[in-house]
Design a binder for this molecule. Structure first.
Ligand code: SF4
Length: 363
């Protein structure tokens, strides 16, 4: 039985929210099953002995059929029974291959994670959860959110607010897929409106997340809260199981991304991935206004979103504060050693209005 809280429903009276998050809402209210429940019932013909290339081809082929199947399910076709060789089990098999050598994110560092090697993100094949709880501080349509924080991250943000788990992957508790499923189900039973996979960053833990879905079968929407630096292969595994996306779009250019988060090719990778999730998914993009980065980051990101993700809601966040390395060595990133001014945040929001971006209900 899902704990339903009518007091938190006022945000849904806003037609902009209701239309842009229509799939998520339908799942949350039990009008249609979450995608992952359909994916584990959609049969796919494949053999575990196949190579990665063949498995990826089978996955691509199955994607079209699944889209049609899920459209019928959304219209009321009964789900039926779980099948052993399913679209979801194929995803799990592919994810196992993608971590050895690892190419889950665009570092493509090639760590042999199943052999115990750690990648740039600091993780081997094991996945650790730092905390899991009902989060009331997320965007209004999401609360209470059943938030699961994974350790490790593919970014090195000098201002990271979760540095204790992103830079210390050994924090937290190791979880098996079964244990992770039990955590998600418990959050659901406590009244979570969604299961929110976050970190650190969740992308590098997706092999265990996908496998955990084989061990749960409850009607709760799944949410992916990511820096969006995953590879297209990794993203393709998530596309048909995630019901709502909560991606970060931080930088408007590669120079700021390299200087502040230590990654290459930021804009190309992150815009590519945003385009893919915005093609049909329900999306709330988060953009954190960084002090002194209005012209180089905030405005280009908002402009890009208005042109390429017009259906997305955008949370223009004003809560930046100097943390982590910036707090310790402010002289290295002097522009970040303060909070954004009210003028900067107002200008960002005015600019979003000019572009026709829908930000008010979630910012
Ligand atoms: S997820 Fe980690 S191990 Fe995999 S490619 Fe990225 S940094 Fe390397």
């Amino acid at each position: 039985m899902h704990a339903y809280r009518p007091d938190a429903l006022t945000v849904w009276e806003n037609p902009e929210v209701a239309s842009r998050l229509s799939h998520y809402r339908a799942v949350m209210e039990g009008e249609r099953p979450p995608r992952y429940r359909a994916a584990k019932r959609f049969p796919v013909d494949y053999e575990d002995r196949w190579g990665l290339k063949e498995l990826l081809e089978a996955h691509e082929e199955a994607a079209g059929g699944f889209e049609e199947y899920y459209a019928e399910v959304a219209e009321g076709r009964p789900l039926g029974r779980e099948v052993e060789k399913s679209y979801l089990s194929l995803k799990v098999e592919i994810a196992r291959r993608l971590i050895d050598p690892c190419r889950l994110c665009e570092w493509r560092c090639g760590a042999r994670r199943t052999r115990g090697e750690r990648g740039v993100c600091g993780l081997d094949a094991r996945v650790r959860v730092a905390s899991a709880f009902l989060h009331w501080g997320e965007e209004a349509p999401l609360v209470p959110s059943g938030t699961i924080f994974f350790t490790g991250c593919s970014f090195r943000c000098v201002y990271c607010q979760n540095w204790d788990i992103s830079t210390r992957p050994s924090n937290g508790v190791e979880v098996t897929p079964q244990e992770l499923a039990a955590i998600a189900v418990k959050l659901y039973l406590m009244g979570a409106r969604n299961i929110n996979y976050v970190g650190g960053n969740p992308d590098q833990s997706l092999h265990v997340v996908l496998e955990s879905l084989l061990y749960m079968d409850v009607d709760v929407p799944l949410l992916w809260n990511s820096n969006m630096y995953m590879t297209p292969e990794a993203l393709s595994l998530l596309l048909d199981v995630i019901d709502i996306w909560l991606p970060d779009f931080k930088y408007g250019n590669d120079k700021c991304a390299k200087r502040l988060s230590g990654v290459d090719r930021y804009f190309e990778v992150v815009s590519r991935n945003h385009e893919a999730i915005c093609r049909g998914g329900d999306v709330i993009v988060r953009h954190l206004v960084l002090p002194g980065h209005l012209e180089c980051c905030t405005k280009p990101v908002l402009k890009w979103l208005s042109r390429n993700c017009p259906r997305a809601l955008v949370n223009i966040m004003d809560q930046y504060r100097p943390e982590h390395l910036v707090a310790r060595f402010p002289e290295r990133w002097p522009e970040l050693a303060r909070r954004p001014s009210r003028e900067e945040v107002e200008e960002a929001r005015r600019y979003a209005d000019q572009l026709g971006i829908c930000w008010r209900p979630v910012s």
